[in-house]
Design a protein around this ligand. Structure first.
Ligand SMILES: [Fe+2]
Length: 135
């Protein structure tokens, strides 16, 4: 998956953090696809988990400072994502037999990739518009 210009929120710090998030998601997808060992997959999930938390905190702080009325809803969305990542972590921890990582890959695509693209396009962009309108 690739970050494309049409995903730009218009706030440079947030856009560059989104690009970093995509990089970390790609690392995870590659690790799953290439059937890397459990320790490596766990490592990429942890790497993503930490960055997602860091990035969401940054976004929420900016929203709070800006007096954004969509903050409460936005926080709920972020909490859902953190839960998705922790569900994935739990799934990755299950003993795997051959072929099982296909399921892990499907799950990762649905709850990690689809969610983030949808969130950026529909939810983060609203905040970008809000900031732009206030200038
Ligand atoms: Fe967000």
């Amino acid at each position: 998956m690739e970050w494309t210009q049409d995903m730009a929120v218009g706030i440079e710090t947030i856009d560059s953090q989104h690009r970093e998030l995509f990089k970390r998601i790609n690392n995870l997808l590659t690790a799953i696809k290439e059937h890397r060992c459990k320790a490596e997959i766990d490592g990429t999930i942890k790497f993503l988990d930490e960055y997602a938390l860091f990035h969401f905190t940054e976004e929420e702080q900016r929203m709070e400072k800006a007096g954004y009325d969509g903050l409460a809803d936005h926080k709920v969305h972020h909490a859902t994502y953190m839960k998705n990542i922790s569900d994935l972590k739990a799934e990755a921890a299950l003993p795997r037999v051959q072929g099982m990582s296909y399921e892990l890959s499907v799950t990762a695509n649905q709850i990690i990739v689809d969610w983030i693209v949808d969130h950026i396009m529909k939810i983060d962009k609203k905040f970008g518009e809000f900031v732009k309108d206030r200038k």
